[in-house]
Design a protein around this ligand. Structure first.
Ligand code: HEM
Length: 483
């Protein structure tokens, strides 16, 4: 197993201390230069790869976008290996205050004037309260997880089939937004929006609101838009929140009216009703809707590209278990070892949220596979997860999608799967910053595969990249004769 070459924690303390290589360049020009390399001259993965090779190190210094004038300090220590990365999960070592999006924080005007949960450090008392609020919401909806998700899938796949037969292809990313919105609204509120207009406008409003928050980290990839214009529009000044204010208020109102029982519980726990509701909108729009927008295209892309042999194996497993268990239940999903492994492998090879940040709380020494590095109190640490979970010293054939990777003995490697801002073997708590919806995310990923292979024997896709993730076009779907 590739992991045998990583040092144990006792041998790590004997690693040579090395000065962190790399520099930040001149003020202003250094960050802009790195920003152009990251978005335009090299692209994201090449940006990290070339520096890793140049410095012969998976730990080095660089500026992370956006830089001037959106972030006042873009200097970070980059971590690219599986050993150094988990320092970012240790709340006693790193501060997570306002670092959700990196070296800048979007205006709180986009979240009702509140710093919502994901921006709070666990040392802030509100973090504990809001995280427990999110756990209580999930616990109260547990019974709905499966039926509510499954109820949205027939419409989704009917639209995909119609587009494939009429246009020869179906754009999954565009089509799926409605399903995500309906799912998250029904999951959180327990019912559909009473105002039908919100149902049709909701997905676009959430997408626009997400764009306003995350545009400093995006490139549109439009060939007719010169790079320097895009850079000026997206990466130099924050887009003004008023562009989405009235739309956001419509969504806020819809959640406020429909989620009464959840908000009652929030008040009972000690939250103000409006603060609880702004947090719900964030949970719905950023964490869940935004998360699904990157999660599912990547999952479907990797499974689609893996081809017919894997499709046959998945279909066999899923149909056999569903038949034996008498339906799609929690117990049935738990028995699908290959389906589970495929979900974890997709989360490993293309983590939906690949950037993690934290500020050193104190002077400390961190370790990569082959060296130790000193980090000073107050320095920003940044982990690029796409490289950390494809660390060749931990995973064999890390660039390959190995569907069976996490089956049997392979389950031991789950501790190196970091997508949830924590190890897959750990659990979210009120004291850490791990995704509160971790188990739900794995569950709905499995449900998506179950639905696909109960309906189809195989399917073909074409994939590309867009904004912050993958894009997927369905090219064909072969309906099953299985009943
Ligand atoms: C759908 C796909 C999802 C993905 C890819 C995802 C991913 C993540 C990640 C990476 C973080 C850590 C952010 C950071 O601090 O660096 C996070 C935090 C969080 N997620 Fe998720 N998430 C998803 C869905 C959900 C769902 C369904 C819920 C609950 C309804 C949820 C609730 C949360 C909460 C409350 C936090 C903040 C935790 C804290 O601040 O302590 N997420 N999520």
């Amino acid at each position: 197993m590739a992991s045998s070459s990583s040092p144990s924690s006792s041998s790590r303390s004997e690693l040579p201390l090395r000065k962190i290589p790399g520099d930040y360049g001149l003020p202003f020009f250094g960050p802009i230069g790195d920003r152009y390399d990251y978005f335009y001259n090299q692209g994201r993965d090449e940006f990290f790869k070339t520096r890793m090779q140049k410095y012969h190190s998976t730990v080095f210094r660089a500026n992370m976008p956006p830089g001037p004038f959106i972030s006042s300090d873009s200097k970070v220590v980059v971590l690219l290996d599986a050993v150094s990365f988990p320092i970012l999960f240790d709340s006693s070592k790193v501060e997570k205050r306002n670092v959700l999006d990196g070296t800048f924080m979007p205006s709180t005007d986009l979240t009702g004037g509140y710093r919502v949960l994901a921006f709070l450090d666990p040392s802030e008392p509100k973090h504990d309260l809001l995280k427990r609020f999110s756990f209580s919401l999930l616990a109260s909806r547990h019974r709905d997880f499966i039926p509510v998700f499954r109820s949205g899938l027939p419409d989704l796949f009917t639209t995909i089939e119609d587009d494939v037969s009429s246009k020869g292809k179906a754009n999954f990313n565009d089509i799926a937004d409605d399903m995500y919105f309906n799912y998250v609204f029904r999951l959180i509120c327990g019912n559909d929006p009473s105002d039908a207009k919100i149902r049709s406008e909701g997905p676009n409003i959430f997408s626009k609101w997400l764009f306003l928050q995350l545009s400093p980290l995006m490139t549109l990839g439009l060939s007719m838009l010169p790079n320097f214009i895009e850079d000026l529009l997206l990466h130099t000044f924050p887009l003004p929140p008023f562009l989405v204010k009235s739309d956001y208020n419509k969504l806020y109102k819809a959640f406020y009216e429909s989620a009464s029982s959840v908000l009652d519980e929030g008040e009972r726990m000690g939250l103000k009703r409006d603060e609880a509701c702004h947090n719900l909108v964030f949970l719905a729009g950023f964490s869940t809707f935004g998360g699904m927008k990157v999660l599912f295209p990547a999952l479907i892309k990797w499974v689609g590209l893996a081809g017919e042999k894997l499709h046959r194996e998945l279909a066999d497993e899923i149909r056999t278990v569903v038949k034996a268990e008498g339906g799609v239940t929690f117990a049935a999903l738990d028995k699908m070892a290959l389906t589970k492994s495929v979900v974890y492998e997709a989360l490993r090879i293309e983590p939906p949220v690949p950037f993690q940040y934290g500020k050193a709380r104190e002077d400390m020494v961190i370790h990569s596979h082959d060296a130790a590095f000193e980090i000073k109190k107050g320095e920003m640490i940044f982990g690029y997860q796409t490289f950390a979970t494809k660390d060749p010293k931990v995973f064999e054939n890390p660039e390959e999608f190995v569907a069976h990777r996490f089956m049997g003995e392979g389950e031991k490697m789950l501790k190196y799967v970091y997508w949830s801002n924590g190890r897959e073997t750990d659990n979210p708590t009120a004291e850490n910053k791990q995704c509160a919806g971790k188990d739900l995310v794995v569950l709905i990923s499995k449900l998506m595969l179950v639905e696909i292979f109960l309906r189809y024997d195989t399917f073909e896709v074409e994939s590309g990249t867009m904004l912050l993730g993958s894009s997927v076009l369905f090219k064909s779907l072969t309906k099953t004769s299985y009943t």
